[in-house]
Design a protein around this ligand. Sequence first.
Ligand code: PMP
Length: 292
Amino acid sequence: MANYYNPDTIIYSNGKLVKAAECTIDLYSQTLHYGLGVFEGIRSYRLQDGSTGIFKAEAHYNRLEASARALHMPYIWSSHELTAATYSVLQANNLQDAYIRPLVYGPANMSFNFNTESNLAIMAWPMQPFLGDKLLRVFTSSVQRPNPKGFNMRVKACGHYVNSIMASYEAKQHGYDEALLLDLEGNVSEAPGANVFIEKNGQLITPPAGNILPGITRATVLELCATLHIPVQERHFTLAEMKTADSAFFCGTAAEIIGIQSIDAYSFPTPWPEAKGHQLQQAYQQCIRQAS
Ligand code: PMP
């Protein structure tokens, strides 16, 4: 198991900075049993001026609040206050390049009733910036993304990640690096923890919001495309269409922008250094380290 914390690690728990090792959660928490909880994945970076910057903190905390409200979880925090709390967690642990995990979870409740209060914890652990030019070998999963009429896929809910873990596990069992999931109509949706873009004839295509978690990195990529004059379309595409694309990449807070070498037996023909994704990867690296 990875080392997420040690005896000195400090986390933010319900308004206080406390030792991770001394924190407990209630075994009867509704979140633990039924998956009704929400979380975020955020990165902080050492910026070019040597200071620490949390990338798109407000956007992540706004999404945390929207996720909690969509699941009728009481939510009493402001994005502003949680951003400040996150900086204090980073400082208490001497972290600059880190992964930050806020989690909103319910109290003891074995019924299916909604709760009148929620708990909030913010954890952080070191994460080195991605440096290499590693490309992924991707496997089309037999695990489908859930029907959005059953699960609101815009919500970053704990329970949705059972689906992600099953898909990722299956891909690794088959000797691949990561999975690609299709939606209920057979269109390409996303990776277990990242969004997908394909490039065809100089244009990028990404699935629209609806059957995916519309990522904050995806939004940043769309902004960068506008700046770099890269044409991009949000529309559905099939796996067959993906297998005629010139290049492809995944993007997400943890993955940043990472090129895809192949999907199943199909290898993308454009060498990664010549792909639009590579240009965006470099622009993204600039963006995350820029002092505001
Ligand atoms: N899709 C899923 C299923 C995810 O878990 C993530 C990671 N949060 C993403 C897409 C990418 O979202 P973001 O860019 O906001 O990290």
